[in-house]
Design a protein around this ligand. Structure first.
Ligand code: AMP
Length: 434
């Protein structure tokens, strides 16, 4: 592949180059280098790229360029491009990018998503929109009400397709596809490629070109560290790290919505300004929390994985995994919030002994060991480590017992063993004794 060194060489219009240089971008990111020429050539594209790689400009710039070339003054602006995103936050961010990059073009764009009143959205749609960015639910609602006409769509972008499927949007996607004209250019972006994604892609992409930037790999710009700590001391350790490090802006991940609320309250009671962002919060509360975080009035944003997906915060310096995610890929997504677009970042994971298994799964995925640094006064209790080690041994014994049962060992002996293994007390005792 030829190495492109500038946006000019990619053949983008003067209006787009002006908008790009006003953003301070000096050269295209790898995904942009690869995707922009392919999209400009009119082909369908299947791209493996996650948030933080510059993928939004990667599809928006060439799409705007092609739309600009074929633009004719029309009284009614029909929807010519549809970008479908899994979350409201991502829709809002893509909407901002489209408005920013297209600021010198006579094209109109808007964003529609649920959780807020639909009337203002309907009013905008009625005035005419060239580029529509939407989440699937609200899009289908408004299409069913006859407020969205997708029959003239020339470009269809499915952004973060893997997360769309995780969130159960497959049927909605199929419904949307039925509303689109056959003749169109399709772009699919996904951080990961499961068989389901491949099936979906093969259903609507026509001989796609492939773009691949490092997947399941953590950015070299991000320093990662694990702080082993007992569960009970996590909150105090987090407050200390924030205060000692004088962190002004930190994104903290918890596993559950409830955990996010609880931690937010605890941080507030430590005098640290915090807000939670998750699926149970109203759109207004989510927008407010994010705005506060971006303008510096909220120091800590506590988020669950889905809510944080797609969050684009310029130069976010710190990400903390208060709890490790169950799915190792989510670790890559989480820490991808920092170290973006050439900046450096720090990702810290507070890991209690019961999370060691999750940690090992993450290290296997990213193919490296994350350095462990115990913070004085917060080292895990020896008793916690012992309990976790006992539990691991017991698990191993259970697995061995199960596999020997599957191999057909003496049923009576197995039944006896099983009884003991089902009792936590016996299990720990036998593990300790072994
Ligand atoms: P994305 O992966 O689209 O969410 O973009 C991640 C971040 O990279 C955003 O804050 C963009 O503004 C920024 N960005 C996109 N393209 C470039 C570029 N070529 N140079 C520097 N920053 C960029």
């Amino acid at each position: 592949m030829t190495i492109q060194s500038s946006f000019e060489q990619l053949g983008l219009s003067a209006e787009l180059l002006r908008a790009v240089s006003a953003q301070g971008y000096t050269k295209p990111t790898p995904v942009q280098e690869q995707a922009i020429p392919m999209i400009l050539s009119g082909r369908d594209v299947l791209a493996g790229a996650q948030t933080g790689t510059g993928k939004t400009a990667g599809f928006t710039l060439p799409m705007l360029h092609l739309m600009q070339q074929k633009h004719m003054e029309r009284k009614h602006h029909p929807i010519r491009a549809l970008v479908l995103t899994p979350t409201r936050e991502l829709a809002a961010q893509v909407g901002e990018s489209v408005a920013t990059y297209g600021q010198h073009l006579p094209l109109r764009s808007t964003v529609i998503f649920g959780g807020v009143g639909s009337n203002p959205q309907i009013q905008k749609l009625r005035r005419g929109i060239d580029i529509l960015i939407a989440t699937p639910g609200r899009l289908l609602d408004l299409a069913n009400q006859g407020e969205v006409d997708l029959s003239q769509v020339e470009f269809f972008v499915l952004d973060e397709a893997d997360r769309m499927l995780d969130m159960g949007f497959i049927h909605d996607i199929r419904r949307v596809l039925k509303l689109l004209p056959k003749q169109r250019q399709n772009l699919l972006f996904s951080a990961t490629f499961s068989d389901e994604i491949k099936k979906l892609a093969s259903g609507f992409l026509t001989s796609p070109s492939y773009v691949e930037v490092a997947r399941n790999q953590t950015s070299h710009q991000v320093t990662q560290v694990v702080h082993p700590v007992s569960k009970a001391k996590k909150r105090a350790l987090l407050s200390q790290l924030i205060c000692d490090g004088d962190w002004k802006q930190v994104l903290v991940f918890t596993k559950t919505k409830h955990g996010a609320n609880r931690l937010t309250k605890q941080l507030e009671s430590d005098g640290i300004g915090a807000a939670a962002i998750h699926g149970n919060k109203s759109q207004t509360a989510r927008t407010k929390a994010l705005a506060g975080f971006k303008d510096g009035s909220v120091r800590v944003l506590v988020a669950t994985d889905i809510a944080a997906r797609g969050l684009d915060i310029d130069q976010l310096p710190h990400v903390v995994n208060y709890e490790l995610p169950n799915v190792p890929e989510d670790y890559v997504h989480r820490i991808g919030r920092t170290g973006r677009a050439g900046n450096t970042g720090e990702a810290m994971s507070l890991v209690s002994s019961d999370e060691n298994k999750l940690l090992r799964a993450i290290e296997r995925l990213i193919k490296k060991d994350i350095p462990q640094v115990a913070v004085e006064g917060f080292e895990p209790d020896p008793e916690d480590i012992k309990i976790a080690a006992d539990e691991m041994k017991a698990q191993l014994q259970r697995r061995q017992a199960n596999s020997s049962r599957r191999r057909g060992c003496s049923p009576s002996a197995k039944r006896g063993g099983q009884k003991h293994n089902h009792s936590g007390r016996h299990r720990n005792k036998s593990a300790r004794n072994s």
